[in-house]
Design a protein. Structure first.
Length: 116
């Protein structure tokens, strides 16, 4: 039980740190947010909870592939906001574009005979 409390507290602390830091420095907040903390924590938790080396390797490889389409959000959202879109419609459109990018990547990987 303590592990879940620690996981939630650590995750919340990172989110709060990013949002608080963003008020002072968008560069520092972006640097902290861009660190693969979620991925690192997931890999560590999987290992500590008895995951095999193969499970950790599969998760790491899956994260590596899926980072690519996730970048679409961070390209599309600023473009839409700078083009005058409101935050919520821009976020929704950027999320939709990201979902399409995930679907496209999974289709390409499937055609190449790779499964996730």
């Amino acid at each position: 039980m303590w592990q879940y409390v620690f996981k939630v507290a650590l995750s919340a602390a990172v989110i709060v740190a990013v949002s608080e830091l963003a008020r002072r420095s968008s560069l520092l907040a972006a640097a902290l947010a861009s660190l693969p903390l979620t991925s690192l924590l997931a890999l560590v938790w999987l290992h500590l909870e008895g995951g095999s080396g193969e499970q950790v390797a599969q998760l790491a490889a899956g994260i590596g592939w899926l980072v690519l389409p996730s970048l679409v959000l961070f390209v599309v959202l600023p473009l839409l906001l700078r083009a005058g879109w409101g935050f919520w419609p821009g976020l929704a459109a950027a999320c939709a574009a990201t979902v399409l990018a995930y679907a496209a990547l999974l289709a390409v990987l499937s055609r190449l005979g790779m499964s996730m």
